[in-house]
Design a protein around this ligand. Sequence first.
Ligand code: MF3
Ligand code: CO
Ligand code: CO
Length: 253
Amino acid sequence: MGKIKIKSPKEIELIRDAGALAAETLIRAGELCKPGVSTLEIDNFVGEYTKKHGGISACLGYHGYPKNCCISLNEVVCHGIPGAETILKDGDIVNIDITTILSGYHGDTSAMFLVGEVSRQAKELVAVAKECMDAGIQAAGEPAAKYLDIGEAIQSIAEEHDFSVVEDYCGHGIGRGFHEEPTILHFRNNELKAMIEIGHVFTIEPMINMGRCSTKTLKDGWTAVTRDGSLSAQFEHTVARTKNGIEILTLAR
Ligand code: MF3
Ligand code: CO
Ligand code: CO
């Protein structure tokens, strides 16, 4: 691992502002998740709302990504591309992942939304994915926490429910850059021995699968799906370690 940037309280304030706009956009986008709505309509809303509030959709044009946000349904693990042909239907579980740039700083957050009547097992997966993210955040705020404590906390919860943790996609440092150092692993590992220091700002964004952890990318070059076709769920927050512990920066005001 290279050098992890220490952000000043002033920089953390700017990431908090970007994070709040991302979070507010996400809540409103979630309210659009109804049967019959296309993911393109939701993406258009995200683009417009972000602009109207002075922000930039970080995903648009990022390594050639074509839309404002990622919308990942059911067996899609992450990086689902919104489209007019993708119509939400009763029983879908939907992740919307929004990254907003405001005053040059990024805020990155995602959440799951349920469309109509969802199966009991799918609801459990969504609830556990949220629990996993929350446990990862909590672990990152413990005294003398190391980055590897995050993966330990997340994987032990996923295992209790016989779910698996995706290893192919990671959390990341964030600030002026979308994806900065360090890389955050969400699974049990012995690699990330670095301490989480005051001024570190990063995301925790575990992807939890009902079946096995392996993923593959579709021919569009972005959409990641579970190899076994099982359902997948994810939540994401941008957090900062401060002198008071851990602070979530992607909260709506
Ligand atoms: N928001 C995603 C993350 O959590 C990254 C999406 S990159 C994109 O890191 F290009 F696919 F939009
Ligand atoms: Co992220
Ligand atoms: Co994200």
